[in-house]
Structure formats: C-alpha cells, structure tokens
Design a protein. Structure first.
Length: 283
C-alpha cells in the first residue's frame, strides 16, 4: 500500500514531473503508450499531461512521439543561477576526491595571494593545515601559477614585480626570469605542477577554471605527498581526473551564467585572459 501523503501533497504535480523524468538519454522520444506505462498512468491521463507540457513549451509532439524541448533547462536554471562558484564546484571536488583518494581545493586570486574558497579533504593527514580562507603566495603554488599564467601580460608582469621571491624550500624558484619562463610553460600546457616549492614533501597539480567567456576565474588543485607520487605519476594518474573535474565545473558554471554576462562568481575571483584547454597528456 502506498505511503500516506501529507494533506498539502499535490498528486497531479507529482505525476507531471514523473512525465518529464520519463525522458532520458536512452529514451529521448516516447510514444503516448510508453509514457503512460513508464509513469503508471492511464493513456488519457498521460495524454493530458503531455499536451499540457506541450502547451507550456516543455514538450514537442512529432506525430506519434513526444520529446522534451530545451525549455526544460529553465526548471534547473533558477537553482544554478543562485549558486556561487564554490558551491558549484563542491560536488565536483567531492567526486574527484572519491576517485583519486587525494584532497582537492578550489582557489581564487586575491591580490598577490591565492585564497582557498572550497576544499574537500581526503582521509589522509596532510602536513599542511589548509581550510577555506587559507592564503598562500600565488607564485609558489600550482593554483596560483595557473591563474598568474593566464593574466594579461601587463598584469602578470606587475604581479611578478611584487612577488617576494624568497626560498621557502631548497626547490623554490627565486629567479624572476625562471619564474616567467615557468608561467609561459604553464600557459602553453594548460596546467601546473609544483614540486616541493611551498613545503618539502608536498607536490601539487592544478588546472584553471574558465567562465562562459573563456576567462580564467579560479583553479582546482590536487596536493599529494612526494613519498607517494612522483611528478610523472601525477601527470599520468591524477591530471586526467583533474581536467575532467574542471570541465564539469565549467559546464555547470556556463549553465549558471547562461542568460547573460554575470560578474565573476564566487568570492574574490580574478578574471584573466583565455586560452584553449589542452587535451590530457598521454602517459
């Protein structure tokens, strides 16, 4: 026996939404009988729901078959439009951490620092105590380098002129010329790997997040212990997952801002110049 419904429950709304959900990637077009069967409705009821949805512009009738129209995207748009970049990114970061079993964060540029605006930790204990709001000098982090690399030339030169090129570890780049060359390489390849420059024993890979106009507004990273991951294994095993995650964030970000140019989402995001995203490197 079906569970009792609350007094406010509108059964017809439930059935109308069930009709919409009956269409999916495997069933982009359905006949009236197929909709009725999938939703456990009579043919007469299914027909009324389909014709109502057609009148509202959510369903298109083509002879004996029906299919959804792009207007159904409006049903989810209001939700996505209200999300910040951090909230859009979080479920993607969670999936990335589940796949890689490594922590991941979303960072933005704020002045000469990068700021963590979303973070999903792995169960492993990292030596760096990082939380949302943590700041690091941009030029010594993988997330900072991918954002700096995509700044307009004049802005990047200004940022480098202000950088405090102190050695935080024996591996830290302390030459402005070497750092400029590294940023050029990062821009060409579309990602950055920093090998124990911020903290000994800590390696990190990051990729930029672009908005609907192709501008870099943030970056996502995966930090790892150097004892567990070589630079080669980071590129081989982690980078493809990272690039897939960034692509998912960008797709949701385009949806959230798809009805016109929006301000850079999230807190403290910095818009930087665009360049095509490269394919994931082959092992």
């Amino acid at each position: 026996m079906p569970a009792a419904r609350a007094p406010h429950f509108v059964r017809s709304l439930e059935r109308g939404l069930a009709v919409i959900r009956a269409f999916d990637a495997d069933h982009p077009e359905l006949t009236l009988s197929e909709v009725a069967r999938a939703c456990e409705l009579t043919r007469a009821a299914a027909r009324r729901f389909l014709l109502t949805l057609a009148d509202l512009g959510y369903v298109h009738a083509d002879g004996r078959t029906f299919r959804l129209t792009p207007r159904v995207l409006e049903l989810g748009y209001s939700y996505l439009a209200g999300l910040s970049l951090a909230r859009i990114a979080e479920p993607h970061l969670e999936q990335l951490v589940e796949r890689t079993r490594e922590s991941s964060s979303l960072c933005v540029l704020d002045g000469d620092d990068i700021v963590y605006v979303a973070r999903v930790p792995a169960r492993r204990i990292m030596t760096a105590a990082i939380t949302v709001g943590t700041r690091f000098p941009a030029h010594v982090t993988s997330v900072g380098r991918v954002i700096l690399a995509h700044l307009p030339d004049q802005e990047r030169a200004l940022a480098l002129s202000r950088a405090d090129l102190r050695a935080l570890t024996p591996r830290t780049i302390v030459s402005a010329e070497v750092l400029r060359a590294e940023l050029d390489r990062v821009r060409r390849q579309g990602y950055a790997v920093v090998d124990q420059e911020l903290e000994e024993g800590l390696r990190s890979v990051a990729a930029p997040v672009r908005d609907r106009d192709g501008e870099v507004v943030a970056a996502v990273n995966i930090p790892v212990h150097a004892s567990r991951n070589t630079v080669a294994s980071i590129r081989r095993d982690l980078l493809p997952h990272l690039l897939d995650t960034v692509a998912g964030i960008e797709a949701d970000l385009r949806m959230a801002t798809g009805r016109g140019r929006a301000a850079a989402p999230g807190t403290g995001t910095h818009r930087s110049s665009s360049s095509p995203r490269p394919p994931a490197p082959r092992p």
